[in-house]
Design a protein around this ligand. Sequence first.
Ligand SMILES: *Cc1c(COP(=O)(O)O)cnc(C)c1O
Length: 379
Amino acid sequence: MNLPDIAVPQADPGAGYRAQKSEIDAAVARALQSGWYILGAEGAAFESEFAAWLGGDPPARAVGCANGTDALVLILRGLGIGPGCTVATVSHTAVATVAAIEMCGATPLLLDIDPDTFTMDPDELAAVIEEPPPGLPPIRAVIAVHLYGQACDLAPMLDACRAGGVALIEDCAQAHGATLEGHKLGTLGIAAAFSLYPTKNLGALGDAGILATPDPALAERIAAIRQYGWKSRYVSDMTGINSRLDEMQAAVLRARLPRLDSNNARRREIAGAYDAALEGGPLAPPTRREGAAHVFHQYVVRTRDRDALQGRLRAAGIGTGIHYPVPVHLQPAYRGRVPLGPAGCTETEAAAREVLSLPMFPELTEAQVERVCAALRDL
Ligand SMILES: *Cc1c(COP(=O)(O)O)cnc(C)c1O
């Protein structure tokens, strides 16, 4: 069979660059001409602009770093979490979430998800905090992953963490700008990690990350850990790593941050068009959590017949993605080794077999959106 070219890619970071080419080119030129390339004025300005955009009460402090994985590592290390600690999270996430826990020397505990929202089952979390699985070090932290751009069921998770003296860290790598009961995600836990990978809702043109916390002492500790544990140059007050944000990426991100909210609005508009096209058909549109504003990092449908659906869309020139095809606990590097919650990961495994992500990025043209909608109406 001769397949048509992909007319509608699933993601297109180049389109994001082209949409702001002159501002981004000017920002890069400014960074290049400054003669200062790592942890300088651009990085500091981006940190304060990002913190101001995030808000929070008390206001967030932000610390730039090399990528989203490191943002999680830095938070965990800043909280003193390492060997002898368990960190609970989900298996239905980017492998980065779990990798970060092990990079600190802590033990991940992978819990199952709620099948409608694909986020952590809060009842299972409460159960393991109340009665920790035998043989594991004590649970010191939870990483709540706001997957696909939608909030976890955070209120009961925060209650369970508070009751058990456990730190709740938000993984906001897919949720820049999403809210829960009017609060921006990333302002509700002890600290939050944001990936700024090119395809994320706020993306650099290379690797970058940022983390935020309302706790100034934690922010200061983390800022030291990201650069060899230095508080002043060449003096390591603690052991650290190297995870710095470079000036060129910071300059690009400063050019892009003012567009984040309107880009998220465009993602919602595209999601609304897909919803309407799916109406009356065999696929259900993604569930929206009540009280939460979704930012559609991904628009995800589920079907028992994924290969067929993917093939039909491909034949119509439409690209799709799978986030994620293999849960972390079934990956070769983790299989049989990472502990799971008492319920196992049945819903996680079913989701991994059934999820499909449709094209979703703000620069999709009306014609591209209509082409996807036409294919969805035809199912
Ligand atoms: C992208 C992502 C990360 C990791 O970010 P990197 O910048 O690639 O290190 C972590 N968690 C989730 C949920 C992600 O989607």
